[in-house]
Design a binder for this molecule. Structure first.
Ligand code: MN
Length: 440
């Protein structure tokens, strides 16, 4: 686990005033990485979020604001993705974070020098559009919340909700990397083949059971060569950071296609991610133990077990999902909160997921993305999909406008936010992952 250091000090403030506001997602203790489109050149640039601004890493390096031991890492940010930086590993990430922290702090010489160059090294988040943070070569989606797996299993197999393998092996499917898009882009309702339970034959048309999945994504840092598994003790060195993930799902397409090989077109039409990647080091104050398995649950096999994973493999990340229909937005109604859940509801840690993924020798590459699977909690206000909230449409929800939803409607906007809070630490946020659903 990354150690706490001076960059985590809760008393630090920034000369970028918006970073110091209570509840700000991007205080100087966070420093997440992302890629934005430079309005001048139209090209992608790597930046670090600070308050409502972005530090242009390449400009900061050119002006000498970031340099010295951090020069190599800053140089790896010269392209239009984070892949180069991700490939470098934790020592480089850490020196770059330390340099950015010093440059953006209120009380340092470096900060004073940087503030004098503010006009040349900062851009306003409001003035740019964000891009995908990495070129994502592969995307794998897990199924790691035992509450979600149980809830969904109950609908499909009431007498046997959890499959016998669930507590032994992290379950996943290979997702589609090409259709991962960034927050702010719309999501088109997919068309596909479905078969209603009472129909004799399948039909083809727009999904009538369109759903979201509340997840956290993690990005691979340094990869592993083909044939060389990553051990549970090394797993942490291979993860760059976390983002919010909405893994859209067409439940009617899924129900008809998923046996025997798993999800396919029900998932591959789009997945949305939040643009900022919160680094493992920024998350250090918010680590927790792995999921406490009740007595009687099997102990994971040795290749998925370690004392460190047990003690600090978890993350205390809160995730909130809200919805705003087109009518709600027209009437100026605030988005309606559908759920608040937490990463601690994951039965498997992200380290167990990564280790398991490579256990057969499968090679991961810098920028690969993995999803945790829908994160549902134990209570009705912590369900990570509308499938679970409406019990597969049998128990519709009513929006403030009086509109009913069994599943998502055209024009609905889904907004996911995530944040970390802990006594003694400065809270940090992930920003948001939002998208409006367009008709098929
Ligand atoms: Mn999913």
């Amino acid at each position: 686990m990354p150690k706490l250091n001076e960059t985590h000090d809760a008393s630090l403030t920034s000369w970028v005033d918006s970073a110091n506001e209570p509840g700000a997602d991007f205080p100087v203790q966070n420093l997440p990485f992302g890629v934005y489109t430079d309005p001048q050149t139209g090209k992608g640039k790597v930046g670090i979020a600070i308050g409502d601004m972005i530090l242009d890493v390449t400009a900061a390096r050119a002006k000498g604001v970031i340099g010295g031991v951090a020069d190599d890492a800053a140089g790896a940010c010269a392209g239009d993705t984070l892949n180069g930086l991700m490939a470098m590993g934790g020592r480089h990430w850490s020196v770059l974070r330390a340099a950015a922290s010093k440059a953006l702090r209120y009380d340092t010489e470096e900060g004073e020098a940087a503030e004098a160059l503010a006009g040349e090294i900062l851009v306003a988040q409001a003035d740019v559009t964000m891009r995908l943070p990495a070129q994502i070569g592969d995307y794998t989606d897990f199924y790691a919340s035992i509450f979600h797996a149980t809830n969904v299993g109950m609908m499909l197999r009431p007498d046997n909700p959890l499959m016998p393998n669930y507590k032994h092996i992290p379950i996943a499917y290979h997702g589609r990397a090409s259709s991962i898009v960034v927050s702010g882009e719309s999501c088109k309702r997919p068309v596909g083949q479905t078969k209603a339970p009472d129909a004799d034959v399948p039909s083809f048309g727009p999904s009538m059971a369109f759903d979201y999945e509340t997840e956290i994504a993690f990005y691979v840092g340094p990869g592993n060569p083909l044939g060389q598994p990553v051990s549970i003790d090394e797993a942490e060195d291979h993860i760059f950071g976390l983002s919010i993930l909405n893994d859209w799902s067409a439940r009617d397409i899924q129900a008809w296609e998923y046996q025997p090989l798993g999800p396919f077109l029900a998932k591959s039409f789009a997945s949305h991610v939040s643009p900022w990647v919160v680094t493992m080091e920024a998350l250090a104050p918010f680590r927790s133990g792995a999921y406490q398995r009740p007595d009687g649950d099997p102990t994971p096999l040795p290749y998925l077990s370690s004392d460190a994973n047990e003690a600090e493999g978890g993350f205390d990340v809160q995730i909130e999902v809200s919805i705003a229909s087109e009518k709600m937005r027209d009437e100026g109604a605030a988005p309606e909160v559908l759920a608040v859940t937490n990463m601690q509801n994951l039965y498997w840690t992200i380290f167990q997921m990564l280790t398991h993924h490579t256990s057969n020798g499968c090679n991961l590459r810098p920028g690969d993305m993995m999803g945790t699977g829908t994160i549902s909690g134990q209570t009705d206000d912590a369900l990570g999909s509308i499938l679970e909230i409406t019990k597969r449409g049998t128990n519709p929800i009513t929006l403030p406008t009086g509109e009913e939803r069994k599943f998502l409607g055209d024009g609905d906007e889904l907004i996911m936010r995530a944040w970390c809070e802990r006594d003694g630490a400065r809270g940090i946020g992930f920003g948001e992952c939002r998208a409006v659903i367009e008709g098929a």
